[in-house]
Design a protein around this ligand. Structure first.
Ligand code: C2E
Ligand code: MG
Ligand code: MG
Ligand code: MG
Length: 287
């Protein structure tokens, strides 16, 4: 009967909800354990400046070194960290760790910038600006060596407190970038109100650059627009010489991708900086 079906449905719904919250609690427990147990690692991917031919920065990318499952990619646990709120303490660890590593580079004679990804959830958390100023106090290097990567949707959600927070971060000297640019909905006139320093062109436009005239047109337009607005522009996911040549020809400022370097553990990244320039990177520089 309809009544029985209704009851079954209700029962089904209820147990699914229950499973879902049990999974969440279990996931939160695991993430907290991972943080307490120092299982998170930051890898650093070089950002290659096309004007100077030097590595001028690196993006910090989190991984989970799981004792049983091995190295886990961020896409597999960041959404859960956001869902459970664990992104707040994890994000705090990332920011402190990345900034400490950036200071290591500077002490070793490499004046590089570090990029840190921020999720919207961290942004809602009132302590973000406090955290940033805490991280920056007690440091020998300039705040402009820290670049926070935000998503288009975060910046575009038209909240007044978002603008206030971004202005406060900018005032402290921190650089701001928009990550995965082109994948969301940005109003250009709105974008102009924000104290943004750089756009990061999403790699979905870069991958097929050489064969897809639409992608090529989008990339050229983003670079031109960014420069008109006084912004720098970096292309993500650059894997081939052909893509690099195109980006150089259109005055893209920097590139980040497997061609110029994969994300590396901190010690390997520092070794790369200290080594003599590789012939491959030399070639990339010469055009
Ligand atoms: P993202 O910030 O856009 O980072 C770039 C992603 O592209 C990285 O993936 C990087 O390894 C990958 N990549 C770089 N060059 C190439 C290339 O030439 N080809 C291809 N196919 N891929 C390339 P990863 O490390 O798996 O990170 C995925 C996403 O996870 C990041 O995208 C970012 O949104 C998020 N994420 C990473 N670390 C953090 C973090 O500390 N906090 C937060 N909130 N999110 C993070
Ligand atoms: Mg990023
Ligand atoms: Mg990106
Ligand atoms: Mg991404």
């Amino acid at each position: 009967s309809a009544k029985n079906n209704g009851r079954k449905c209700l029962h089904f719904f209820h147990s699914t909800m229950e499973n879902y919250s049990i999974q969440r609690i279990e996931m939160e427990r695991q993430l907290r354990h991972a943080l307490d147990n120092h299982e998170f690692r930051l890898f650093y991917q070089p950002q290659f400046n096309l004007e100077t031919g030097a590595i001028d920065g690196a993006e910090a990318l989190i991984r989970w070194q799981h004792p049983q499952k091995g190295l886990i990619a961020p896409d597999e646990f960041i959404p859960m960290a956001e869902d459970t709120g664990m992104i707040v303490p994890i994000g705090e660890w990332v920011l402190k760790q990345a900034w400490a590593e950036c200071q290591n580079w500077h002490r070793a004679g490499h004046a590089l910038r570090v990029g840190v990804n921020l999720s919207a959830h961290q942004f809602n958390h009132a302590q973000l600006t406090d955290l940033a100023s805490m991280v920056l106090s007690d440091t020998i290097i300039d705040a402009s060596f820290l670049e926070l990567e935000l998503t288009e949707s975060l910046v575009m959600r038209q909240a007044e407190d978002t603008l206030t927070a971004l202005n406060a971060l900018k005032k402290s000297g921190i650089r701001l970038a928009i990550d995965d640019f082109g994948t969301g909905y940005s109003s250009l006139s709105y974008l102009k109100q924000f104290p943004i320093d750089r756009l990061k062109i999403d790699r979905s436009f870069v991958g097929d650059l050489a064969n897809n005239p639409n992608d090529a047109a989008i990339v050229v337009a983003i670079i031109a627009m960014a420069h008109c607005m006084g912004l720098e522009v970096i292309a993500e996911g650059v894997e081939t010489e052909e893509q690099l040549k195109f980006l150089r020809m259109h005055d893209c400022n920097q590139v980040q991708g497997y061609l110029t370097g994969k994300p590396l553990p901190a010690n390997e990244f520092l070794a790369l900086l200290s080594a003599k320039p590789e012939p491959a990177i030399g070639e990339v520089h010469r055009s």
